[in-house]
Ligand binder design. Sequence first.
Ligand code: PLP
Length: 370
Amino acid sequence: MIYLDNNATTSLDPRVLNEILPLLSYFPSNPSSIHHYGQRARGVLVEATRKVANLLDVLPQEILFTSGATESLNTMILGVLARRASGHVITSKLEHSAVLQPLEWAATQGHVVSSLEPAAGRGSISVDQVASALRPQTCLIVLMGANNETGVLSDLEQIAALAEERGIPLIVDGVAWMGKVKERLPQGIAAFCISPHKFHGPMGVGIAYARRSLKWEPLIRGGPQQGGKRGGTENVPGIVGAAKALELLYEEKESSISHMRRLREIFENGLKAKIPSLVIHGENEPRNCNTTSAAFPGVDGEALLMRLDLAGLAASHGSACITGAIEPSRVLLNMGISKEIARSSLRFSLSKFTTEEEIHSAVSIITSNF
Ligand code: PLP
């Protein structure tokens, strides 16, 4: 089976598994316990936090471990908005539901949300759009670094600079950005959320950075863990695995990105050579290195997805399954793409473990099944 659905989740790196296994198997590890085991767990937790902070070039107190990016984004968005009765928030129609849903709820609680639409055919929001949407009451901007369906990159650097200049917190969904672009995190970001299971780390753990000066209320209240910012016994094995996955991501970033970029080029060129009608969404825009969202005009995407699965290729429709019926992708529709084209579109996403042989096989499976 060839797995080209790495934007959904990735396989666990064996080196990450090696770090986690002893913590799962050998000793009980609640870092709040006073005894020897607890102290050992605390040491491991402190070390993992320091590692993550060093890699992201931030302070250990600015790192928060959660259950995943959905929780991190809810925590940061609702946590910032909880400190005011009402405010104006800027976001976009391209965001993941982990951003859209908390903001939809916030809109029912007195906040005003401007959801920006990309210009027709574009897969991201421009800094000028953000600048024109600013109001005196704007208290938050929430945008993604890269789109998980198309891979199209936002202009993070310029948007972060604008947010900084105006003194407005910018929360970035970094899930599809992390490890898929060479750039470091730009200055001016108030909070940044990433998901280790998207870069060969474990599931059930999220990493969030929240700038020390950002004022926010905890979403999960309970014990004094993580400085009271998130109650609940820390997932020590998950956190250690997340830290190891992030370390490997940084160590191998240059080579992994070049590898994925090269393979994606072979993949797209191979498809285009055999399927002249193929449309690659966001093809001429800055994109991350691992994602291809492609339309096969005249073909039913759902049926194609199933044929590919039976032929040994796992891909994705990039859309939600609502009451049994697959809807065309909201992201593609919001890019101005027609329902028919959106329905004929599939997403293929590569990882650092994808091989050239797999890419050649994937191209021949697709071209003989479409
Ligand atoms: N943001 C983006 C862009 C995503 O692709 C995803 C997951 O697919 C999430 C947020 C949510 O991440 P998690 O699975 O860690 O909750």
